[in-house]
Design a protein around this ligand. Structure first.
Ligand SMILES: *[C@@H]1O[C@H](CO)[C@@H](O)[C@H](O)[C@H]1NC(C)=O
Ligand SMILES: *[C@@H]1O[C@H](CO)[C@@H](O)[C@H](O)[C@H]1NC(C)=O
Ligand SMILES: *[C@@H]1O[C@H](CO)[C@@H](O)[C@H](O)[C@H]1NC(C)=O
Ligand SMILES: *[C@@H]1O[C@H](CO)[C@@H](O)[C@H](O)[C@H]1NC(C)=O
Ligand SMILES: *[C@@H]1O[C@H](CO)[C@@H](O)[C@H](O)[C@H]1NC(C)=O
Ligand SMILES: *[C@@H]1O[C@H](CO)[C@@H](O)[C@H](O)[C@H]1NC(C)=O
Length: 554
């Protein structure tokens, strides 16, 4: 036996070249990763949380744990979840209102084919973070926050009562994000606790019986960066899985903000770490850093079927073909109004919403619409790089209604965003003038807001909007004539990334995108005469650097 173990060591560990990689492997806002390895297709799959963005629950697939392809969204049509979009709201004060928590279980036999995702089986767990666990006898259980266990009837959504309390964790707030594993005759219960901020951690317990009692590991937490100087903070809420060789890995969320935790616009990103888990022993999770090394990984491969986008490829979208599908990595804030954002031969067409990006339509209606309202004309992609260049062309915008506006936004939530648009403003002499307007909406006062008339030579021309990053902590918003982008470039503002870090969006991360609004002109949901449409073309996003340790950009 000893010799065999030694040989296994030679084959698996001693000689196999360990691999190195860079975190986050799924950069940009990708919180609460839940991952599995599907051995029949030799593919890793991960799902992440998306809160009120639509489409929701992206599914990523990978052969090598580094190249991840966005293969589908589970929630991809409003009919799957009519009207339940806004039930989980975090107010500006950080207080949470949870109402009518609905568990939804979607099924598919082909995650590569988006429409194949079913309508949900609805259940009422009363707690967040449901996790499915099939026991050896085939029974299906769902474990949720707190941590409690209930048997779930897949056909009806019925949950067994009363819930069985499994484990309270080690004393941190919000024991949540549970995952159960069956190994070596044990039931292991892995959870997140301490809240999803600087105290976040992963802890573990185990039992010989599914229903407990669970014994906590004395070495808890088994993964955390709390009370460290690490650049990667808030490490927690993870999931473990095995590769084809039987080596264990984990994915969890982390925030790149250092212990000061002031600028982290990408929010909670998904990171990978190797795990050593010997028979009958507690798993050892490698601490999360930007530069990692661990088990040999499957060779790099992009052999993933289906339509989809590789998460770290640049965006090169021209938007010049009518009816072409809108790229999968562009998301909306809630479900958009039908027909509001479509592809036409003139570009990505946006019918403006009466609400602006803050969700306001009238100055005398000071409270932003935070729930229930649809139809904010906005779409964006995740900021996935510390340094990047994003640009998009606004084609032939000649608004006729005062208040009509189209522009780009660095968007965390309706209450935390930085915008540069062109807007038709009423002049003092009664005629309206098209102006550039740079604005910030944030908890902390932003830079001064300015309206600058659009140069006469630019009127009716294609205007290129740009968002770039002079450094890791600031955005620069500029515009130029698309026909002469360098010489005509005008910088309208810089904004600190702290304006779009945490605050009202502790669960989200920055989306870079475009919007169109008539700033209230009109009635009901409609802008006056349907509004001045905006047409977008030549959408480009490219990463230019990732900060992987304090001040270290690769
Ligand atoms: C969790 O804590 C509560 C309150 O202290 C206690 O009553 C309960 O028994 C604990 N549950 C478990 C599973 O330890
Ligand atoms: C390879 O990585 C695994 C997992 O992190 C670790 O346990 C092992 O010690 C590493 N081997 C070498 C030779 O560094
Ligand atoms: C997009 O436009 C660029 C520049 O006009 C062109 O080179 C490229 O071929 C176009 N791409 C597609 C997919 O149409
Ligand atoms: C949104 O609209 C409201 C009401 O007109 C206005 O007060 C606010 O400044 C606007 N916000 C932005 C960012 O444009
Ligand atoms: C009215 O004001 C706008 C700027 O607000 C200016 O562009 C325009 O020339 C003015 N028109 C007249 C007739 O003075
Ligand atoms: C980052 O860029 C901004 C805007 O250009 C500038 O104000 C700030 O000082 C820069 N920060 C550093 C550390 O260079």
């Amino acid at each position: 036996m000893k010799l065999l173990a030694f040989l296994a060591c030679i084959v698996q560990t001693c000689l196999a070249a360990n691999s190195t990689f860079i975190n986050p492997v799924l950069p940009g806002w990708h919180s609460d990763p839940s991952c599995i390895y599907h051995s029949a297709s030799a593919t890793f799959f991960c799902a992440t949380s998306t809160f009120i963005t639509f489409p929701g629950i992206p599914i990523y697939a990978s052969k090598d744990l580094i190249n991840w392809k966005l293969i589908s969204h589970v929630w991809n049509r409003e009919s799957q979840l009519p009207g339940v979009v806004c039930e989980y709201i975090s107010g500006g004060g950080g207080g949470q209102t949870l109402t009518g928590l609905v568990g939804v279980l979607f099924r598919t036999t082909d995650p590569f084919d988006e429409p194949e995702w079913s309508d949900p089986v609805v259940f009422y767990p009363g707690k967040i973070d449901p996790d499915l666990f099939w026991d050896d006898d085939g029974k299906l259980y769902v474990a949720t926050q707190s941590v409690i266990l209930q048997e779930l009837d897949l056909a009806t959504g019925e949950l067994s009562q009363p819930p069985i309390p499994l484990w309270n964790g080690t004393g941190g707030v919000w024991p949540e994000g549970p995952h159960l594993y069956r190994k070596d005759g044990w039931y292991y219960l892995l959870i997140a606790e301490g809240g999803t901020a600087l105290n976040h951690a992963i802890t573990i317990s185990r039992s010989r019986n599914l229903k407990g009692p669970y014994e906590a590991y004395r070495g808890n937490p088994i993964l955390t960066n709390r009370k460290t100087q690490e650049y990667f903070q808030t490490v927690g809420h993870g999931d473990l899985f095995q590769d084809a060789k039987g080596n264990w890995w984990g994915m969890c969320l982390a925030t790149r903000g250092g212990p000061e935790w002031k600028t982290y616009p990408m929010g909670r990103e998904a990171v990978l770490f190797p795990v050593t888990w010997e028979k009958d022993a507690w798993p050892v999770l490698q601490p999360v850093r930007g530069r990692m090394s661990g088990w040999e990984r499957p060779p790099p491969s992009r052999q993933i079927p289906g339509h989809g986008l590789w998460s770290r490829d640049p965006d090169v979208y021209n938007f010049t073909t009518a009816g072409e599908p809108i790229p999968r990595n562009l998301v909306y804030w809630r479900v958009p109004r039908p027909g509001a954002i479509t592809t036409t031969a003139k570009g990505l067409q946006m019918i403006p919403s009466r609400n602006n990006v803050t969700g306001q339509m009238l100055p005398n209606k000071p409270t932003p619409e935070l729930s229930g309202q649809r139809g904010m004309a906005f779409t964006g992609r995740r900021q996935t790089d510390t340094l990047f260049a994003f640009s998009v062309d606004l084609v032939g915008f000649r608004p006729t209604t005062t208040g009509s506006e189209a522009g780009v936004t660095v968007f965390l939530t309706q209450l935390n965003h930085v915008d540069l648009g062109v807007v038709l403003l009423a002049g003092t002499n009664g005629s309206a003038a098209l102006s550039f307007r740079f604005r910030t909406e944030a908890t902390i006062p932003g830079p001064p807001q300015a309206a600058i008339p659009v140069p006469t030579a630019w009127k009716g021309e294609t205007i290129r909007f740009q968002v770039s990053t002079p450094n890791a902590t600031h955005y620069e918003l500029s515009a130029s004539l698309a026909s002469d982008p360098t010489a005509s470039k005008m910088i309208f503002g810089t904004a600190w990334a702290g304006l779009v870090s945490g605050a009202t969006g502790p669960f989200t991360g920055v989306l870079l995108g475009v919007y169109a609004t008539c700033n209230g002109a009109g009635s009901g949901e409609e802008c006056l005469n349907g509004g001045d449409k905006a047409y977008w073309q030549r959408w480009r996003y490219a990463g230019e650097g990732q900060e992987v340790a304090m001040g270290v950009v690769v």
